[in-house]
Design a binder for this molecule. Structure first.
Ligand SMILES: NC(=O)c1ccc[n+]([C@@H]2O[C@H](COP(=O)([O-])OP(=O)(O)OC[C@H]3O[C@@H](n4cnc5c(N)ncnc54)[C@H](OP(=O)(O)O)[C@@H]3O)[C@@H](O)[C@H]2O)c1
Length: 291
């Protein structure tokens, strides 16, 4: 019998699985394709290839009492049918499982630079964020109907080993000047893993928790540090008008939203002690270890 199921064993899921295996847990990790199987076996995780978008795929195994759901919604639309299908396939289990779900801070939309805690009403302004808000709603509905418990993590930008934009800096790409840049919020992947485990252990049913290091910054500072640590010139600064013709639509859409994420509930209620309280601590170790 395996006691923990991780749906979406990608960048964060693999690290979460690794930590849980180190703690002596038995873990099954779901990936959508065979490419991720070898890496899971190497970690001592039981791999399961299951494409949640495939109507004919088998239901998830039913022996797990704890489920971490880290798979993103599909790329299009304003809802998350992937999660909906998964919840439908859980059926009426007794007892119903406990789920920790990784959402994003994007559900708050643009907050004009305000400090944002979990009481802030959701205001998704992009389809990407609407899909997340839909997923949160579906989970709460599932919880009410099934009696299963759910804790929602609203996660800021994830960085860590292998997830630092070194190539962006090396390519001489520009960043917004401070006057035009919104705040960006980040979390080191290892601290996100700690938050996932704390939410499974102590998260209040139906509660959302912001997962951010609590040190919002302008993008320039972040990229300057990467440049300094990798021996590259600091990125040139541009205005937001100049960025329109240069930056990718995805990046531009992130830069249209401005908020500072409050992580008080993460620290005070889940009791998470961050190993990387800002990118100033997190980037050097991430560059040192590219695993
Ligand atoms: N990147 C960020 O800055 C950020 C910020 C906030 C929240 N998040 C969210 O946090 C979660 C973890 O992020 P991450 O960067 O660790 O994600 P990731 O590396 O992209 O991993 C996603 C995992 O979901 C699996 N998956 C995707 N579609 C699936 C499907 N149809 N059926 C089954 N499995 C499927 C993938 O399978 P394969 O391994 O086979 O591809 C992969 O294992 C994601 O939901 C992400 O959107 C990310």
């Amino acid at each position: 019998m395996t006691d923990i199921l991780i749906i979406g064993c990608g960048y964060t899921g693999r690290r979460l699985a690794d930590r849980l295996v180190q703690e002596g847990r038995t873990v099954t990790g779901v990936v959508s394709g065979a490419a991720g199987v070898r890496g899971l076996l190497d970690l001592g995780v039981k791999p399961l290839v299951l494409d949640l978008d495939e109507p004919e795929s088998p239901p998830p195994p039913d022996e797990h009492e704890r489920i971490f759901y880290l798979a993103p919604p599909p790329d299009r639309g304003t809802t998350d049918p992937r999660l909906q299908r998964f919840l439908g396939r859980l059926g009426r289990r007794n007892p119903a499982p406990r789920i920790v779900y990784t959402s994003t801070t994007g559900v708050y939309g643009d907050c004009g630079g305000d400090l944002v805690d979990e009481a802030r009403p959701l205001n998704p302004t992009t389809d990407r964020a609407r899909r997340r808000a839909d997923a949160e709603r579906r989970l709460l509905d599932w919880s009410r109907e099934s009696g299963g418990e759910v804790a929602i993590l609203r996660v800021a930008g994830i960085y860590g080993p292998g997830r630092v934009p070194v190539e962006y800096v090396r390519g001489g790409n520009a960043v917004l000047r401070d006057e035009d840049a919104p705040f960006s919020n980040r979390i080191h992947v290892d601290d996100l893993v700690t938050a996932c485990i704390a939410a499974m252990a102590r998260g209040v049913d139906g509660q959302a928790y912001n997962v951010s290091d609590g040190h919002p910054s302008r993008m320039g500072e972040f990229y300057d540090l990467i440049a300094d640590l990798t021996g590259q010139p600091r990125p040139p600064r541009i205005t937001s008008a100049e960025a329109e013709g240069i930056m990718s639509p995805g990046m531009l859409s992130f830069l249209r939203e401005n908020r500072r994420i409050d992580n008080g509930r993460l620290r005070n209620e889940l009791g998470v002690v961050l190993k990387h309280p800002s990118f100033r601590e997190g980037i050097p170790s991430s560059l040192g270890d590219r695993s």
